[in-house]
Design a protein around this ligand. Sequence first.
Ligand code: SF4
Length: 793
Amino acid sequence: MAKAPRQVEDADEKALAVPAAQPPVEVRPPDVGAVKTVAGGLPAVLHAFKHVLGEAGPWRGGKLLWKINQTDGFDCPGCAWPDPSHRSVNEYCENGAKAVAEEGTRERVTPEFFREWSVARLAGQSDLWLGKAGRLTHPMVLREGATHYEPLSWDEAFALVAEELNALGSPDEACFYTSGRTSNEAAFLYQLFVRQFGTNNLPDCSNMCHESSGTGLSETLGIGKGSVTLEDFDHAQAIFVIGQNPGTNHPRMLTALQAAARRGCEIVSVNPLPETGLNRFKHPQEVLHLLGPGTALNKLFLQVRINGDVALLQGLGKALLEREAKAPGTVVDRAFVEGRTAGFDAYAAHLGTVSWDDVVEQSGVPREQIESAADILARSERTIFCWAMGLTQHRNAVGNVQEVVNLTLLRGSIGKAGAGVCPVRGHSNVQGDRTMGIWEHPQPAFLDALEREFGFSPPRHTGLDTVATLKGLHDGRVKVFFALGGNFLSATPDTEFTAEGLRRSRLTVHVSTKLNRAHLVHGRRALILPCLGRTEHDVQATGRQFVTVEDSMGMVHASRGAVTPASEHLLSEPVIVARLAHAVLGARSKVPWLSLVEDYDRVRELISRCIPGFEDFNRRVRESGGFALPNGPREGRFPTPDGKAHFTVHTMPRLKLEPGQLLMMTLRSHDQYNTTVYGLDDRYRGIHQGRRVVFLHPEDVKARGLSAGQKVDLTSHFQGQTRVAREFLVVPYNIPRACAATYFPEANVLVPVDSHAEKSRTPTSKSIVITVAPSTVSAALLPAGTPDVARPG
Ligand code: SF4
């Protein structure tokens, strides 16, 4: 059984009749120690082995590490960072090792486990405890009014979903969520099933992370993906890393940054918190290097205020234009701008109206530092701009991304080796799922291809994205919620609002490998459908199968499981989708669902006929390392309506805070991947054995009469509504004044469902106005499951 401490040993089930939506308050406050100055090194190696060997054991664990990210192995289920074409025997990072340890665990969540644990008691456990409970082994159902999940057969499970879906008044009363782990094959079948069923309600995790990148890039460059490859990092003269913490969220990116720094590439990082991974790095595989001080990565760190990015990026543009005015033809790439772009004059005119005072005040970065960064940009002929959710989760997130594009175009830094834009994706196949058609807003050409190939009329109206799904569940328009992977409840904003919506539904279904909080906040009936992990053998009628994924840089490659499945009762995701489609659609569908999943080549053959770039898919994906999808901007072609890349103009957002208010961002700890919590430490930031902390500037702590280590409640303020998250420990930290940072998902309860980015509708998890006050409830008095939301009237 799980090794993590139980937080509610003998909770009174009656008191917990409605299972809690949030993890319980930690009984023991976290320890706060020194912030680390170097990432990687021996501690990374030791933590990786501790997790893998401790959870999966030496034999299974060793096999997993041997095969992770190898051409004949499986793709890491962690992030979407690409693999190099020449691989070493250890192509993984500490967090990749933790991800496979989670999947490879020897612990099992069996029907006996569910007999012992009611849903309400499970909800009183921490996220760590739930995750450590082990792999799900059987399909389970929670019947109406029941307190415990019980086993059922796969046929019964599919029949139950079919009964609920076919009883709906409209296909639009169901939503079908996808997490970024889903393979291309499963995703393609899933969207095909959903569209034959009759809806485009296909929200996904991309709605919550890089939707702003997709929107911002599509409008300006004609494609919603980055333009660089991993090889470009070998040629860049400057790399800007903005709103991103690769040391924790994409650790192998540090290898690319280290190689770049060693050959003289200048790295500029932009974040509200100085992140250890961008400071110094010791490559765990360089044995001699482990004893030294590590490689310095940052040439320059710009400590931007939360959501001060537009101001900073405009300041950089302004500084470049001022240099150009002094020495015409030396900074702006005139040939590129005049031949390949549109909108430069309006952009330059707008920057002429922007004042340096505003730039400095709104960005929080001194002018001299902005000038230094502009010098780096001006002397670099080949610059890569990387970013992650520090740019994409604000109201003006699309503007953030497009200001990056403006700088890229100004310097003509795209369409050549060593240059371009690089949104770094989180979950391993989040980009591939979108390519496969997981989108509430599909392109007409894609729907035409489905119509041609499968002989049905796909729905043409826009479906529900994640935010719209939350609202639809809440107001009763959405009655069935199906999730292919993920932890929807914890990943989404406004936790209590989401939970209320899920509780109102008729049926919630989760395809999962492990137990998580989303299984515990459910509809009238609920199903858990356990699936194979990516690390496991997938054997179908024609033999062992492989699946494919697309990394953050548009490379498609194969992933082959390496170990025996955790249970003989597991089905693969493609098989679950195919059997579900067969059960739901019956004679309405001419697609040979069951035969398709006897051999995944048959699915790939269909993909090759429907999606441009996948021609000859089955042959090309068998080549070592896979193949690259077409990418116009990479070659200097911009598939926009006029064939040009576009400069855009954005009003600088202004921070408006009432006295005492702070702007809060959520972030991830080092022992975490998305909603999965691997441990309770965030060792680079010096936090140990706990997660309920709030990072504040020391002067902000003092100004509020607070002290380090004090327990406080956080209240968010949005359109007259307040939401409260209780019992956080104050940690004075190197963060700009008037800013605060807390961990996701604990602070999601503070993120209002209606607070999302313009155009992309990405929740603004990094721009939440809060106040902080001494805690009014002691941990001992706060029963697990206490709702933490208060709204007026
Ligand atoms: S960098 Fe990402 S993909 Fe690579 S091993 Fe680490 S978590 Fe996995």
